[in-house]
Ligand binder design. Structure first.
Ligand SMILES: Nc1ncnc2c1ncn2[C@@H]1O[C@H](COP(=O)(O)OP(=O)(O)O)[C@@H](O)[C@H]1O
Ligand SMILES: O=C(O)[C@@H](COP(=O)(O)O)OP(=O)(O)O
Length: 306
């Protein structure tokens, strides 16, 4: 039996090689399941042919990369990037913002799964907790949706300002207090987490906090309004969906205003904006950004040490 030998937290381990486990990690790099299993079998046979029975985990990764290079160099690059992130001992705190219906929760789930991040949180949930603590009298816009918050503004919006955006900013400003607490706690505890939601807006979270190593923020966008609108139809068709399609279509113009505002703030603060057309492309772009930022953090740390 082929055994894989590795080390976690200074403790050595040995476990039987599993074609199923290896093919699962290959599928995460967008290799089709049947081809992934074939490649895993080829790798197992290559060790048997070399009469190797105990393989250090580093050697297995090298052989997987060599096999993928022959299959498709792009896949080998994706596998290396994905493996580097997953094997890093640094915590990853990823914030994914974007207007309602843009795809933040779906993308967050996919990204967390690909990177093996177990903690996920939506800002809608943070808002629900805050609604139990803060009174409606004190924070009326908190008890609205982000796109209807203007209806609960206590002071009338000056005519030169857009009422929808004034309400949105007041609503986001309040939820950002809870969001900041979650980010601070994640940094303090050193835990990896993916946080998503419409309340993740550049400029509303302390820049110093966002500049903390291993904190990454992204904003998802959809320039095409019809594609954005189609996402609400797609969401309400999901079995577990509970949110009424009519509400989102009724407020779609306001939702688009918040979309354009969020994208504008992201561009102003230099936060990556990703058109969320294709799930795989969105995830790949995020991983590339994370790798690049980690590389930059390493270089800055090295310069500071010199
Ligand atoms: N890149 C994408 N391509 C196609 N459909 C998508 C994409 N991203 C999200 N969706 C779908 O759009 C709908 C809304 O996505 P969701 O994640 O619920 O949005 P949000 O959390 O931003 O409100 C869901 O049905 C989801 O499956
Ligand atoms: O406040 C908002 O904009 C949405 C955000 O949720 P998503 O549509 O982004 O999931 O919450 P709602 O009040 O509609 O349940």
């Amino acid at each position: 039996m082929l055994l894989i030998e590795g080390e976690i937290g200074g403790k050595k381990y040995r476990e039987p090689f599993s074609k199923g486990i290896l093919s699962k990690s290959l599928v995460r790099c967008e290799i089709k399941a049947d081809r992934a299993y074939e490649l895993a079998s080829e790798i197992e046979k290559s060790f048997e042919k070399d009469k190797i029975t105990i393989v250090p985990s580093e050697e297995l990764i090298k052989r997987v990369k060599a096999t993928l290079e022959k299959e498709d160099p792009l896949l080998a690059k994706k596998y290396s990037a994905w493996k580097n992130i997953r094997r890093s001992e640094d915590p990853l705190i990823i914030l994914i913002g974007g207007a309602s219906g843009i795809g933040t929760s779906s993308i967050s789930f996919e990204l967390a799964n690909k990177l093996g991040i177990k903690n996920m949180l939506s800002t809608d949930m943070i808002r629900e907790v805050m609604r139990k603590i803060v009174s409606k009298e004190l924070c009326p816009t908190l008890f609205e949706s982000s796109y209807t918050a203007a209806e609960s503004l206590t002071t009338p919006a000056p005519p030169e300002f857009d009422k929808t955006l004034l309400g949105f900013k007041d609503h986001v400003n309040t939820v950002s207090v809870g969001l900041t607490g979650v980010v601070e706690r994640s940094i303090k505890e050193g835990i990896s987490i993916v946080i998503e939601g419409v309340h993740i807006v550049p400029g509303f979270i302390d820049e110093e906090l966002l500049n903390t190593p291993n904190v990454h923020m992204f904003v998802l966008s959809l320039s095409d309004e019809e594609i954005h609108k189609s996402r609400f139809y797609s969401r309400c068709r999901q079995l577990w969906a509970r949110r009424p399609l009519k509400r989102y279509l009724k407020h779609f113009t306001d939702i688009r205003k918040t979309h354009d505002y969020i994208v504008g703030e992201a561009n102003k603060y230099g936060i990556p904006v990703i058109e969320n057309i294709d799930v795989t492309a969105t995830i790949d772009t995020m991983i590339e950004h994370i790798i690049d930022e980690k590389q930059l953090e390493k270089e800055v740390k090295k310069q500071n040490e010199e």
